[in-house]
Design a protein. Sequence first.
Length: 241
Amino acid sequence: MSTPRLFLDAPLAEGAELPGTPAQAHHLGTVLRRGVGDAMSVFNARDGEFPARIVALRKDRCAFALGAQSRAPAPEPDLRLVVAALKRDALDWVVEKATELGVASIRPVTTRRTVVDRVNIERLAAIARGAAEQCERLSVPVVHAAAPLHAVLDAWDGAPLLVAAERRASAPIRDVAATTRLPCGWLVGPEGGFDPAELDDATGRAFVTAVALGPRILRAETAAVAGLAVLQALAGDWTAT
């Protein structure tokens, strides 16, 4: 039986006794069938990871006693995902997989061809937390509120931003990613792709580079994950030994 990991956004230190959230109490007691005295670990990007014991567990409350630090905090890649707001199941899946792939932030955007007009940021943030707990990373990506694509581009800080442009003649993502350094971002449009004028506006900015993901047309969620994997392999922390 694996040891549960829980993200706690509170100062972590050896000897501390900290409360969890009602959702964490439900997950531990009802889903995982854990009880007082059981082992687990808690973590965050600021303080690292600590082994812990459950010292209180009821239906809607829990508390943990922390042992000595087991992992020190460490820098994580500033890889950003900007993705058109997709339908619920597809966007949920993208958030989960992007978290596993190590992204620092996820920013849903609305475009001219976006069919979704509302994004539940709280649900997506919970999915990101759960994925971080499962994949043993220390940080949880920031999930931003949905915003129009042009507004996100206007406010961008100038870091390289690669955009999937499958219907245009573009350099292979491998060639561009190999010469890119973090921080950088990956921009994926909606099903059916960007409106041509919208893509013209994006690629007219100095920090945006259009790239190709091969000879096949990918679903938006597939393109999101495929591009992130290439960027991590060639520019991110997959290069670490």
